[in-house]
Design a protein around this ligand. Structure first.
Ligand SMILES: NC(=O)c1ccc[n+]([C@@H]2O[C@H](COP(=O)([O-])OP(=O)(O)OC[C@H]3O[C@@H](n4cnc5c(N)ncnc54)[C@H](O)[C@@H]3O)[C@@H](O)[C@H]2O)c1
Length: 270
């Protein structure tokens, strides 16, 4: 960060070119909305076309600078094209590798079964949460190295930092892998002036457990795991997203930032 950056400029993302994967719902939509509302030029990448078009149209209708690019992060060619598309128009300032899915508990889910997660469930979670993040990191790093600047933010989870009976092994294993992947990328990209960080959300009300969000029963179970006693609204990610996308985070790299209502501080299972 140049030493002249002070005051409001600290969190100024106006004109920043930002890519968000999984931007059609939940945390990705919150990140895209927060940054576009503050003047960033946001490319929303998402596998669910209907959802992507609806959310992008809504934001564009409010005068925000957003573009929808249907993208499946499981397909490295599509991710390369997504990043290529942005970089032909200018610098790539910030990439949020956010797309992710869950599959629920495995070993403990069904009575009498060793493992209720089918191999295809494991593959599905790994393909999005780990392979998809690798594809996004590689494509972003390729351009940011050449630019000698850029910020990459990966969506991990509190479940990547400890065990979690609510989400199961496929989710915790991929999220833990993403944390160390982020650190390695941060080390390798630091000489190029590229920063890489991870966010570790606790339970947020999104569509990850099924469209329409968590049921009251599921919400109550999650709330019990959080010292603040509730799930979060996706808007409660705005502060951290803005920090990590703005000049305010210029000396932050290789770190994980929880936004979890105190869940990790309690951490029965650490
Ligand atoms: N909601 C939570 O409590 C929570 C907690 C910790 C971490 N996270 C992480 O946050 C991220 C976003 O999840 P969310 O809770 O907003 O869920 P969500 O389901 O509301 O949104 C995720 C979006 O990603 C999209 N997506 C799925 N597979 C994709 C693919 N292959 N390519 C591109 N897009 C794809 C989905 O269509 C969806 O629109 C995930 O990485 C998730 O693991 C969520």
């Amino acid at each position: 960060m140049p030493e002249t950056v002070t005051g409001d400029a600290l969190f100024d993302v106006r004109g920043s070119r930002v890519v968000v994967t999984g931007a059609g719902s939940g945390l990705g939509l919150a990140i895209a909305t927060c940054l576009a509302e503050r003047g960033a030029i946001v490319t929303m990448a998402e596998v669910n076309r209907e959802r992507l078009e609806a959310t992008c149209e809504e934001l564009a209708g409010r005068g925000l600078d957003v573009t929808a690019v249907p993208t499946d992060v499981r397909e490295p060619d599509q991710v390369d094209e997504l990043i290529e598309r942005v970089t032909t128009a200018g610098d790539l300032d910030v990439v949020f590798a956010n797309a992710g899915i869950s599959a629920g508990p495995g070993f403990s889910r069904a009575e009498g079964e060793i493992d209720a997660l089918k191999p295809s469930d494991w593959d599905a979670v790994r393909a999005v949460n780990l392979d998809g993040v690798v594809a996004t990191l590689r494509a972003a790093a390729h351009h940011m190295k050449r630019q000698r600047s850029g910020k990459i933010v990966v969506t991990a989870s509190t479940a990547g930092l400890r065990t979690d009976p609510m989400v199961g092994y496929a989710y915790v294993a991929t999220k833990a892998a993403v944390v160390n992947l982020m650190k390695q990328a941060a080390l390798e990209l630091a000489p190029y002036g590229v920063t890489v960080n991870a966010i570790a959300p606790g339970p947020f009300r999104t569509n990850i457990g099924g469209d329409g969000g968590p049921s009251p029963d599921v919400e109550a179970r999650w709330a019990e795991t959080v010292p603040l006693g509730r799930m979060a609204n996706p808007r409660e990610l705005y502060g951290l997203a803005l920090l990590l996308a703005s000049p305010a985070s210029s000396f932050m790299t290789g770190a994980v930032y929880p936004v979890d209502g105190g869940a990790l501080a309690r951490s029965h299972t650490a």
